[in-house]
Design a protein around this ligand. Sequence first.
Ligand code: NAD
Length: 258
Amino acid sequence: MGIIERMRLDGKKIFVTGGARGIGKSVATAFAEAGADLAIVDLDIEEAEKTAAELEKAHKIKAIAIKADVTNPGDVDSMIHKILEVFGRLDVAFCNAGICLNVPAEEMTYEQWKKVIDINLTGVFLTAQAAGKVMLKQGGGSIINTASMSGHIVNVPQPQVSYNASKAGVIQLTKSLAVEWATRNVRVNSISPGYIGTELTLNSPSLQPLIQQWNEMAPLKRMGRPEELQSICVYLAGDTSSFTTGADFVIDGAFTCI
Ligand code: NAD
């Protein structure tokens, strides 16, 4: 079998958190194109249902929508329960839900700090842990966590202390899980995107001056597109990446090189 065929994900059962829109939806679309069945997990159940229905129709796979808050252990348990009830197993987890907050460090409230860390770091831990428990029992699986280039560098000019700290945490969390589970065939990797133009960022009037500034700074002179994260995630989800674990993939058009 050729490499392209071996990279397909036919029959794999995958959940994508934050899958209703943006990067999560784009990567879920690639998983569906590659033949996987999907659970689209999001706080926004209406949008998640739309995404699941769209993917099911376009790619002749099974896709369900699940409402869950990744910071809530009860919701994460119910999510796993539902996935096992519908699909019977779990092969891949894309722990991707996250938020961003730009507040100067000296003005940040405890609640603001906690919200970002809860969603971006604790949420990734809870969903990766829940996925890992199923995969360890099954004898294998692949977990992909969304970090950010902000886990590597401090982007200016916007102040993002909690975001930067949360994403650096995701990179180290990923490596720790990869080492703990390496001999039990559960692989854990992260992606660190640079600036990606999603509906949310591109349509936000307040972000336009910042986007212009980022584009001027960027070696490629543009933001990335969500679909430019698809192939790395399909690779990490599939069996051809069997020697890849504990790695972080920076997909930022060389932004962190400057
Ligand atoms: P987005 O806002 O377009 O989508 C995020 C999705 O996550 C939304 O559908 C939202 O409802 C969901 N979500 C938020 N909190 C949740 C929670 N507690 N439980 C369940 N779902 C929740 O964002 P995006 O740009 O697609 O970002 C996705 C991930 O990529 C995030 O982790 C983000 O930090 C990371 N990232 C984004 C960029 C970028 O430039 N867009 C760059 C680097 C990393």
